[in-house]
Structure formats: structure tokens, C-alpha cells
Design a binder for this molecule. Structure first.
Ligand code: AMP
Ligand code: GLY
Length: 426
């Protein structure tokens, strides 16, 4: 099969790394990719949001399967574009329609969906500029802390948790009146705060059937001990020790199955990943959010634990034959530590030459924000630079390897968290 993967992060390097190992994979292209994907595939300098150009490329290269990494092209309707073009319809597609991706693209839609189908989620109400006074009154009588969420995509910055009424009122004004998040914040979801430990569960569905992939926990805060600003993710582990079979059974019956049923009832034909952002509240799973894609850096620990052929898994998904697929998962623990550019998630410098790759042992380096400069040297090109994934017989063993690798890779102003997994170690 000729395969095109859209995206440029660590998630895409992990997906490309795994697909490239498949005997079913003939030519693999990543659009636009990074210095890591260039080692296992051919990078293509086209913007994934330019659907016409993506379609032309697919025809020119005889692409059989298209896998979408990030949410933006999905929310903008790339699947709908492919399914309505006579020349592109035949291409197998991993990623939902714009309507399906609304589970991620609109928090208000996701909350309504969960409420309608009885899926456990925090109590909420949605407001816009027409109901500003009601929103102010709702905040005034709400218990603290209070969670404010911009309805639309806000690059991971649209959620604010407040312990003070005046601050909550000010953020509400910023979102709805001053339009701090543009259109994404035109509607605001105000919800109850849930206290517990978070984890992510991933499902791949062909529209009828689904397979549950390994669960993972990511570390979103920049600082050790889960302090400081939110980031895209500073590291991840899989499996998650507290997600035992009893807990995962609850996730399947109370969350995954009603979600599948809900999609069907709404007439949403969903082929692709569903990322369930969950929180464990006293042993019960609640949904914090849905995403219409895999997580990053969760993918960097989930994919290395999948022993089955990923291209065969995707082909079965596109052919709606997932029920026959035997998914093999490694019992090992995978950990990843993300090296980031100093200053991230605020301003940071780019183009720092990277070294030390030759000293890596027993680790898979998944490039996130890297590129090749004119001298063919790997340089930093983003906030999150590289995810260092290791497998081990337990969490301690895997973490030791990831930590050694985090020391071995060098670049100016490198930063990483030394405490990934700290809350899960016995
Ligand atoms: P989201 O963009 O919806 O994933 O929210 C970002 C982060 O905010 C989540 O990963 C949680 O850590 C936190 N969060 C969101 N909603 C809630 C909630 N209702 N209660 C507690 N924490 C929340
Ligand atoms: N790591 C969280 C996400 O991908 O949204």
C-alpha cells in the first residue's frame, strides 16, 4: 500500500515508525513531517489544510490509505472533501468527518452528546454573548474551583480553572466580550471541577466495531510535581497502574459503548481514533474531553506497545472489518520523556543544533519539533523537540532508560521533567 500520513509531531513520527515496519507498506509519505519522519518515510512540503493540494498529491502518487494525525484538518473537513471527490473516494481514510470531529471541535457539542447518552461528565452550562448576564449569575452561585472552557479549538489553551469568583468573572469577560480566543471562545462552557487522577483511553473504530488500544497517562504541566503552565505534554507512560481490569471494564461499559451507540444514533459515520480524556474520581471514570485523534505524547508510548501490524490494523478499519482483527499488545511498560526548548510553553528559540544521538541506547527517539538545516544537521524547530521512548519490564526500568536518553541528547537551553511517572511509582 502507498500511505500518506498528515502531521509533523512526535505522534506522527511514532505512527510512521510503526507503519514503516509493515510488509504491507510500500511507499510512506509524511506531510509535512520532521527530521525524524524523514528517516522512515519521505517528507512532503505541503500544508495538510490545503485539501486540493493533498488530493492532487494522492492522485499523483497512487495513495491507497490516508492517516490524519492532528485535529485541524479533520475539524476543517478533510474527510468530507475526500469522500465527495469522485477521484479520491476510494482512498482508505483514518480520521472522522467534520461532524465526527465536532466531538473535539466543540466542547458544547461534546457535553450535549454526553448528557444525551448518559455518559458520566461534569455538570455544566453553555453561555454566549446573548446570555452574558446569566453566565455571571451562574458563576456567582457556583462552587469553587470553577472550570471555564472556550467552546472551540484553542490549541490546548482554552481551559481555565479558577479558585476566585472575581477572576472567573474576568476570564469570562475576556473570552466572550474581548474574544481572547477569537471565535473559539464565542461560546463558553462553565463546568463543575472534578478531583481525581487523569488518564487517556484510545479507541480505533471502523464505524461499526472498535478496538481498545493501550491506555496512557500524560504529564501536561511544565514543572516538576505537576506545577506551572499547561503544555502539550511533557511525557507519558503506558500502561497506567491504577487502570486495572475493573476500572477499564467500567470505561468500556459506561463510556466507550454509549459513545459508539450515540454516534450511531446521531447518524455520524466515524472511522478513526477516539481519544477519551478521563479522570478517575474515587474509582469511577468520568469524561473530561473527547479528541478525534491520538494524543501527543501518548502515541509515543501507545504505539510501541502494539505488537500487531499497524498498516493491517488501519486497512481493517478502512474496510470496516475491525471485528476480525486480533490486536496484540505488549505487556511491557513504555515511558517517554519530552525534551523541550527552554522557555516553552511561552517564547523560545529555534534552530539549536542537536547532538548525542550516537549515545542513545535501548530507546526510540521520536522527533517532535525538529528539522534538518542546510548542512543536513538536526536542529530544534519547535517547543516540544523530541520524545525519548523506552520499554521495560516495569515502570522504573523503562523510566531509567528514558532518563538516560534525556541526558544524552544535547541542545542549547534543553529542558525536561525528571519526574515523569512520579505519582505512579510504588
Ligand atoms: P481539556 O482541554 O478539556 O483537556 O482540559 C485541559 C485540562 O484541564 C484537563 O486535562 C484537566 O487537567 C483540566 N480539566 C478540564 N476540565 C476539568 C474539570 N471539569 N475538572 C477538573 N479538571 C479539569
Ligand atoms: N497530550 C494531550 C493531547 O494530545 O491532547
Amino acid at each position: 500500500m502507498n500511505i500518506l500520513l498528515l502531521g509533523a509531531g512526535g505522534r506522527e513520527h511514532a505512527l510512521a515508525w510503526k507503519m514503516a515496519q509493515s510488509p504491507l507498506c510500500e511507499c510512506l509519505y509524511v506531510m509535512p513531517g520532521n527530521a525524524g519522519t524523514a528517516q522512515v518515510a519521505e517528507n512532503v512540503a505541503i500544508n495538510p489544510n490545503d485539501f486540493t493540494k493533498v488530493g492532487e498529491f494522492c492522485l499523483a502518487k497512487g495513495i491507497d490509505l490516508l492517516v490524519v494525525g492532528p485535529e485541524e484538518p479533520l475539524v476543517k473537513g478533510i474527510r468530507d472533501y475526500f469522500k465527495t471527490q469522485a477521484t479520491l473516494q476510494h482512498i482508505g481514510f483514518i480520521g472522522p468527518s467534520a461532524q465526527g470531529a465536532t466531538l473535539e471541535g466543540s466542547k458544547d457539542f461534546a457535553k450535549q452528546f454526553m448528557q444525551k447518552y448518559g455518559i458520566p461528565t461534569a455538570a455544566y452550562r453553555t453561555f454566549d454573548h446573548n446570555s452574558l448576564a446569566e453566565a455571571q449569575a451562574y458563576i456567582a452561585q457556583h462552587s469553587l474551583p470553577i472550570v471555564l472552557k472556550a467552546d472551540g479549538l484553542a490549541a490546548g489553551k482554552g481551559v481555565v480553572i479558577l479558585n476566585d469568583y472575581a477572576e472567573a468573572q474576568a476570564i469570562l469577560q475576556e473570552m466572550i466580550v474581548a474574544q481572547k480566543f477569537g471565535q473559539a471562545g464565542a461560546k463558553v462552557v462553565i463546568e463543575e471541577f472534578l478531583s481525581g487522577i487523569e488518564l487517556s483511553v484510545f479507541v480505533l473504530t471502523d464505524g461499526e466495531n472498535y478496538q481498545i488500544l493501550p491506555e496512557a497517562k500524560d504529564y501536561k504541566r511544565i514543572g516538576e510535581g505537576d506545577t506551572g503552565l499547561n503544555t502539550g505534554g511533557m511525557g507519558a507512560v503506558s500502561p497506567v497502574p491504577f487502570a486495572d481490569s475493573t476500572f477499564l471494564q467500567k470505561v468500556e461499559s459506561q463510556i466507550i459503548q454509549p459513545t459508539m451507540q450515540g454516534l450511531k444514533s446521531e447518524g455520524i459515520d466515524y472511522q478513526g481514533f477516539i481519544f477519551f480524556g478521563l479522570i478517575n474520581v474515587a474509582g469511577e471514570p468520568w469524561v473530561i474531553e473527547y479528541n478525534a485523534r491520538m494524543g501527543d505524547p501518548e502515541t509515543e508510548v501507545v504505539i510501541p506497545r502494539i505488537e500487531s501490524d499497524l498498516v493491517a490494523l488501519f486497512a481493517a478499519t478502512a474496510a470496516r472489518k475491525l471485528q476480525d482483527f486480533e490486536l496484540k499488545i505488549s505487556p511491557q511498560t513504555a515511558t517517554t520523556i519530552m525534551l523541550v526548548s527552554g522557555g516553552y510553553p511561552e517564547d523560545y528559540e529555534k534552530n539549536k543544533p542537536m547532538s548525542g544521538f550516537e549515545n542513545l541506547q535501548e530507546v526510540i527517539p521520536f522527533h517532535a519539533g525538529t528539522s534538518l538545516n542546510t548542512d543536513n544537521q538536526v536542529v530544534t524547530s519547535g517547543g516540544r523537540v523530541i520524545a525519548l521512548t523506552a520499554l521495560g519490564n516495569n515502570l522504573t526500568e523503562a523510566l531509567q532508560k528514558s532518563q538516560q536518553a534525556a541526558e544524552a541528547i544535547q541542545f542549547d537551553k534543553k529542558y525536561y521533567r525528571r519526574d515523569i511517572g512520579f505519582d505512579l511509582q510504588k
